[in-house]
Design a protein around this ligand. Structure first.
Ligand code: NAP
Length: 493
């Protein structure tokens, strides 16, 4: 199967600035789409000159407002511009599926251009998607293109089946938005002639990835139909650092594999997607770590003990769940030279959400005496009950007790996490300096909680340590290999 091309959509207001943008990304792209609907009116006079200003194959597009573009003047004027512009050395001209002016198609084809016959749907995945592509695919000298917006995981599943139905047709088929994001990376795997991308500060369509990330982070050039697929499911998920960890690991071990974020609104609906794509394994993040357990055919002891699952591995048939969060959380503590053993230690865990599960379980398993403090006191009590831990609220009483459970203080709430980075769940607690302060939030790396602890002389552990720790174990489960160059990825993050 042919490899897909990377096409940079340029949306500057002048041709010169578009050329500057192309030069910026030249080494990462194969072709360029001039989105002439973004050009200043004056610039439109020179549309035909644009391909001569660059040596990269070019697509001419003047996108109407109704298709997500910027062009608002009349249709006759737009057709005239397309025809005039196509006198230039464009290899492709994008014309919409519902374009009424059939003559223009013939005249542009006569100039030796290939037509990209496009349609857009920003409201979901149309039921007749495959049949429309098949119909367009029968027109000689044309490549059908559909950009559709999956609004949920089920929509993504339907979109994926359309690739199968249209197998063998040269086409451009892409999902927009966060639910469609994987299709942009998997163009070669799924069979799309190209994938579009744009500069991060000039995103031309929902879900466009920047060309450097596409090539370096998501290994676009390496992906083929034979590539092993891995991923992470979550909602939200696009902020995750896990692709950076795993894809770097695949690259350095020379594995033909890629790891992709999947925005998932229903775990149940994701499993058909995973089957369709032959996903070998995936990570699970907020809010699916508990829900995913229902769909496992096998669960490791770690999942039973923590009652949450962050790693799912393909069996033949079915799926096996593992929890690597506990190991990931403990690794930096075990490596900490200040801790010779966990015996007789007392710790406070702030928060009683999903992230706290692996933390409390791991500390209690090591014999640490734990106090759980949570904003909703009832949840702290429920959380503490099976472990026979102390519990309390995030109030003055709780903070007072915290002083006597302060060998290790673990912050597991969302407070301080991007974008609300000013937050601190325990502003009234004065660090003494003897505490090990551990924040499992990893964005930002230095939360206010950690900054205050460091200023007081405490040993601090950042959330990225846990993230990496659980990721390294996951990598071994995914690939059977040790994660290469742990120090390198640590420094990179
Ligand atoms: P979660 O299940 O939604 O739990 C949220 C916790 O935060 C609850 O205890 C909640 O208290 C508390 N909380 C929320 N807003 C608060 C506020 N304004 N004041 C005080 N407490 C508040 O979330 P999660 O899955 O545990 O994730 C929490 C954080 O940990 C996230 O930043 C996540 O990225 C991070 N995490 C990191 C790793 C890692 O590997 N480093 C692993 C897992 C999670 P209530 O019960 O009162 O609502």
């Amino acid at each position: 199967m042919e490899k897909s091309f990377i096409c940079l959509a340029v949306t500057e207001s002048t041709l010169d600035n578009n050329i500057k943008r192309i030069l910026e990304y030249k080494d990462h792209i194969d072709m360029v789409e001039l989105r002439a609907d973004f050009l200043d009116k004056e610039e439109l006079r020179y549309l035909d000159k644009f391909p001569g200003m660059t040596d990269i194959p070019a697509i001419l597009t003047i996108r109407r407002k109704s298709d997500g573009g910027m062009y608002t003047s009349g249709e006759n004027e737009r057709c005239a511009l397309l025809e005039k512009g196509s006198a230039g050395k464009y290899q492709f001209v994008d014309l919409e599926e519902d374009l009424e002016n059939e003559d223009i198609t013939a005249r542009i084809k006569e100039k030796g251009k290939t037509i990209i016959r496009s349609f857009h749907d920003f409201n979901g995945v149309p039921h007749d998607l495959a049949s429309r592509i098949k119909k367009s695919g029968q027109r000689p000298g044309e490549i059908p293109k559909a950009a559709v917006m999956p609004l949920c995981t089920k929509d993504l599943d339907r979109l994926l089946h359309s690739y199968k139905e249209c197998k063998g047709i040269r086409k451009i088929l892409l999902g927009m938005g966060t639910f469609g994001f994987p299709t942009r990376i998997l163009a070669s795997y799924l069979g799309s002639f190209l994938t579009y991308c744009s500069a991060p500060q000039k995103c031309a369509a929902p879900g466009h990835i920047d060309p450097v990330a596409l090539e370096n982070l998501y290994r676009f050039r390496n992906i083929s139909r034979n590539t092993a697929l891995y991923g992470i499911i979550g909602n939200p998920v696009m902020h995750t650092l896990s692709p950076a960890i795993h894809n770097r690991g695949f690259s350095q071990t020379g594995l033909d594999a890629v790891y992709i974020p999947f925005q998932v609104d229903s775990v149940k609906d994701f499993f058909p997607v995973a089957e369709f794509l032959d996903i070998k394994g995936f990570s699970v993040t907020i809010p699916h770590k508990e829900e995913v357990i229902r769909y496992l055919t096998q669960q490791d002891k770690s999942v039973e003990q923590i009652a949450a699952c962050n790693t799912v591995l393909r069996l033949d048939p079915g799926w096996r769940g593992v929890n690597t969060d506990g190991t990931g959380f403990m690794e930096p503590l075990r490596e900490n030279k200040r801790l010779e053993s966990f015996n007789n230690l007392r710790a406070t865990v702030i928060g009683a959400g999903g992230g706290a599960k692996a933390v409390v379980f791991s500390l209690v398993s090591e014999g640490v005496d734990v106090l759980i403090l949570n904003r909703t006191v009832g949840k702290a009590e429920m959380f503490a009950s099976p472990y026979h831990c102390a519990w309390g609220g995030l109030d003055s009483e709780g903070l007072k007790r915290m002083s006597s459970y302060s060998d290790i203080i673990v912050q597991t709430t969302k407070v301080g996490m991007e974008p609300d980075i000013q937050g601190d769940p325990v502003p009234g607690y004065r660090f003494k300096g003897h505490e090990i302060a551990y924040d499992i939030v990893y964005k930002p790396a230095m939360t206010n909680f950690l900054k205050r602890a460091e200023q007081a002389g405490c040993t601090i552990i950042q959330g990225k340590e846990m993230l990496l720790g659980q990721g390294f174990v996951q990598f071994r489960l995914f690939t059977g290999k040790e994660y290469p160059d742990k120090a390198g990825i640590k420094a990179l993050l």
